[in-house]
Design a protein around this ligand. Structure first.
Ligand code: ZN
Length: 318
């Protein structure tokens, strides 16, 4: 589904020690340009000016990190049997993420299109109401976003479990539709997740390319209070973005986020209702033929999962 909403917010000032406005340049994220562990330093101009794609790049090398897993065989994302929704995985006995809980939210559900009545039901997202869920988009050749999200999520689960994390899904292709966006948030909350990532691919116009992270804006309305999670979610999103660039070679979106790959929104129930650090990632644009060629490649999806996993690992070890 397209998340390009009318209330798109430009990147906000970062709370970090970096006081001066910085921006990530597209040049910094060309393939191979970011060596090692780049931490996304996308800092909007606090004065409201937008950071353009030609601004200075500031990839920051992390210290005291565990090297990313390399040379590991591709996860058998497509072959793994579905486990009951909400069930926890069997984490590795050891690993840097031992004791950490990660909830992965595969966007949409392959069965949603057969359950339009159910998914069109409105649910409370604090700032208002919104449809329970949506069908998601697809490539022009018919590869559904909901299949993409499940595949990347399963690959991601394998990688995180290898790091010792306990991984929980909001759905694993094991239910006819949904869950609704409020339940998706609740699953992360009730798991007391250390991090939640919602996996998506966008459905924008041809020529619109690249990935972007969606970060929760500050909302305090009704059932929604994101104020405690805004800062850690941004940190999570920046780390995933930097590692996603490195792992996939993909550039940040050329159509939202002013070249930063970071977009803040207040209209997504899955973010508004979260009480734990949470981000969405739109891995690419399914409606663009060049992005679609990547999104439909199992090898690329593995790289995408590795980038997301490395970002989560960096966030949880920080
Ligand atoms: Zn989506």
């Amino acid at each position: 589904m397209s998340y390009v909403g009318p209330d798109f917010d430009p990147p906000q000032s970062r709370r970090s020690a970096l006081r001066r406005p910085l921006a990530v340049a597209l040049a910094a994220v060309t393939v191979g340009a970011v060596a090692g562990w780049g931490v996304w330093q996308a800092v909007g101009d606090s004065g409201g000016g937008d950071a353009g794609p030609d601004s200075a790049a500031v990839p920051q090398t992390r210290s005291a990190t565990t090297p990313p897993p390399s040379g590991e065989p591709a996860a058998s994302g497509d072959g793994r049997e579905a486990s009951p929704s909400g069930s926890s995985s069997a984490p590795a006995a050891t690993g840097p993420l031992k004791g950490k809980v990660v909830v992965i939210d595969p966007g949409h559900n392959p069965g949603n299109f057969r359950h339009t009545t159910e998914i069109n039901r409105k649910v409370d997202i604090g700032t208002g109401s919104k449809e329970c869920d949506t069908t998601g988009t697809a490539t022009n050749d018919g590869y559904p976003e909901a299949k993409f999200t499940l595949d990347v999520s399963r690959r991601l689960r394998t990688l995180l479990e290898q790091q010792g994390a306990t991984v929980e899904f909001t759905q694993d292709g094991d239910r006819d539709w949904g869950p609704c966006i409020d339940e998706r948030a609740r699953i992360g909350n009730e798991a007391k997740a250390d991090a939640v990532v919602s996996i998506h691919a966008d459905g924008s116009g041809a020529g619109n390319r690249g990935f972007h992270m969606i970060l929760p804006g500050s909302v305090n309305d009704g059932a929604a209070d994101t104020r405690p999670i805004v800062a850690p979610s941004r940190e999570l999103g920046e780390r995933i973005a930097g590692n996603f660039v490195r792992a996939t070679g993909s550039a940040p979106s050329n159509y939202v986020g002013d070249g930063t790959g970071l977009v803040t929104r207040k209209d997504l129930g899955g973010l508004n209702l979260s009480t734990v650090p949470k981000v969405f990632i739109e891995c690419g644009n399914m409606r663009d033929s060049k992005d679609a060629a990547l999104l439909t490649s199992g090898a690329w999806r593995q790289k995408a999962a590795e980038g997301i996993s490395d970002g989560i690992t960096g966030f949880l070890q920080n």
